[in-house]
Design a protein around this ligand. Structure first.
Ligand code: T4K
Length: 366
C-alpha cells in the first residue's frame, strides 16, 4: 500500500463554500458590528433553535465556557459527579467554577457514565451530576433524572459531542437543567471556536445571556456575577453558512459510520460503542475498542505508517491526570481508555480512503 501524500487525520472541519462565507462577511464589514450580540449571532441562535428543535440556544465563545456558564447560572458550589471517560475540559470547567469533580465509572459498552454507580458517590456536598454524551451517544437520561430528583441535584449535560443526537425523537440537547455543547472546528457543526447553552427554562436562558455579557441586563445595569462568553459575528457567520449543510454532513457521517461497521464487525475480539436503544446518535466519531492495548498500538502504527492518523480519544482516563486531580481508581474507564481508537470520519473523506483504512486494519489483524 502506498503512503498517503496528504495525511488523513481523524477529522477535518466541514466548511461551506468560501464564497457564501465572504458574502456574509461583507455585511459585517458594512455594519462594523463585530461582537456584542450582533445580528448574525442572533440569527444563528434562532436558526439553531429551529433546526435542532430546542427552545433556545445561547451561543458562546466555546464549549468549555458553555459548561462553566451552566455551573454559574445554576449557582453551584460543591461536588459534581461526572465521568472519567471524557475530554479534560469537562473537569477543568468544573474546577474553574470552584467545584470538585467526583467520578462515577462508566458502562463499558455505552462508554457513558453508569447511572447505577452514581448513587454511591453522592454525599452531603453533592450539588449536581454532569454526564457526557460520549461521541454523541445519548446517556440514560431518564434514570439520571430520577436520581437527580431523589437527591435534589441539578443535571448539566456536557453535550459537546451531541449536536444532532436525539432521545425518543427529541433533541438530546433538551435534557437536564442545562446542556452545554461545542461548535469547535472538530465538531459536526462548527463556528471555528464556539459553543452553546441550551435549556427549556426561559429564566435560566435569560440569565445565561446576561452571564455571557459581563452580567449586564438590558439597561446595562450589572445584575449578575458575569463574564465574557460572547460569540463574535465572524464566528456566527461561519456557523450560519455551515448550518446550511448540516443534514448533509449528518447523513454522510451516518453512512460512513455504517460502512466502517459492516466491514469491521466480523473481526475477532473487536467491539464497538453500544448505542442507546431509545436514542439516535449523530455518528460523529467512529471508535474501535480492542481487547488489548498492544493490539491498538499495532493497528495505530500500521495506519500512521501509511499516512492515516486515528486518535486515542480519550486517553488516558481523566482520573489519571494526577498533577491536577486526587488519585482515584476508575477501573472500567482506565481499561477502555487504553484500548479505544477513533478512526478518521468526516465529510470530505472518500469511501476509497475508508476502504484503505479498513484493509490495513484487517491485514494487521491476521
Ligand atoms: N467536553 C467534551 C466531552 C469535549 O470533547 C470537549 C472538546 C469539550 C467539552 C470542550 O469543548 P471546546 O471548548 O473545545 O469547544 C479536540 C478539540 O479541541 C476539542 O474541542 C474536543 N472536545 C476534543 C475531543 O478534541 P484535539 O486535540 O483533537 O485537536 P487537534 O488539533 O489534534 O485536531 C484533531 C484533528 O482535527 C487534527 O489532526 C486535524 C483536524 N483539524 C483540527 C483543527 C483544530 C483540522 O483539520 N482543522 C482544525 O482547525 O482536540
Amino acid at each position: 500500500m502506498k503512503k498517503n501524500i496528504n495525511p488523513i487525520f481523524v477529522t477535518e472541519p466541514s466548511l461551506a463554500p468560501l464564497k457564501e462565507y465572504v458574502k456574509l462577511l461583507e455585511g459585517v464589514w458594512e455594519r462594523k458590528i463585530l461582537t456584542h450580540n450582533g445580528p448574525l449571532v442572533q440569527e444563528l441562535e434562532s436558526q439553531l433553535a429551529n433546526k435542532l428543535n430546542v427552545k433556545s440556544f445561547v451561543a458562546v465563545s466555546n464549549g468549555t465556557i458553555a459548561i462553566q456558564m451552566a455551573i454559574k447560572a445554576l449557582e453551584l458550589k460543591g461536588e459534581i459527579i461526572t465521568t472519567p471517560f471524557t475530554w479534560i475540559a469537562t473537569i477543568s470547567a468544573i474546577k474553574w467554577e470552584g467545584c470538585t469533580p467526583i467520578f462515577a465509572d462508566i458502562n463499558p459498552e455505552t462508554l457513558n457514565i453508569d447511572p447505577d454507580l452514581i448513587e454511591d458517590q453522592i454525599t452531603d456536598k453533592t450539588v449536581a451530576i454532569m454526564p457526557v454524551h460520549v461521541f454523541g451517544n445519548p446517556c440514560e437520561v431518564e434514570k439520571i433524572s430520577e436520581i437527580a430528583k431523589k437527591y435534589n441535584l441539578k443535571v448539566i449535560y456536557d453535550a459537546a459531542h451531541a449536536i444532532g443526537s436525539k432521545y425518543k425523537n427529541e433533541s438530546l440537547l433538551h435534557f437536564g437543567d442545562i446542556s452545554a455543547t461545542s461548535l469547535h472546528a472538530t465538531k459536526l457543526l462548527n463556528t471555528g471556536e464556539g459553543g452553546g447553552c441550551i435549556t427549556k427554562n426561559k429564566n435560566l436562558s435569560e440569565k445565561l445571556k446576561r452571564i455571557r455579557f459581563f452580567g449586564h441586563n438590558d439597561d446595562k445595569d450589572i445584575v449578575e456575577d458575569g463574564f465574557n462568553g460572547k460569540m463574535t459575528e465572524i464566528h456566527a457567520a461561519l456557523g450560519l453558512v455551515n448550518l446550511k449543510n448540516y443534514e448533509d454532513v449528518l447523513n454522510d457521517r451516518k453512512s460512513k459510520y455504517q460502512h466502517y461497521l459492516s466491514n469491521l464487525s466480523e473481526l475477532p475480539k473487536l467491539s464497538f460503542q453500544k448505542y442507546n436503544d431509545l436514542g439516535e446518535p449523530n455518528y460523529s466519531y467512529f471508535p474501535l475498542i480492542f481487547d488489548s492495548e498492544d493490539k491498538l498500538l499495532n493497528v495505530e502504527s500500521t495506519l500512521t505508517n501509511s499516512g492515516f492518523f486515528p486518535r486515542r480519544y480519550f486517553y488516558p482516563s481523566v482520573n489519571k491526570y494526577n498533577k491536577i486531580l486526587k488519585k482515584v481508581h476508575c477501573p472500567i474507564s482506565e481499561s477502555i481508555a487504553k484500548r479505544i481508537l477513533c478512526l478518521p470520519l468526516y465529510k470530505n473523506l472518500s469511501i476509497e480512503k475508508i476502504d484503505e483504512i479498513i484493509n490495513l486494519i484487517v491485514k494487521s489483524y491476521y
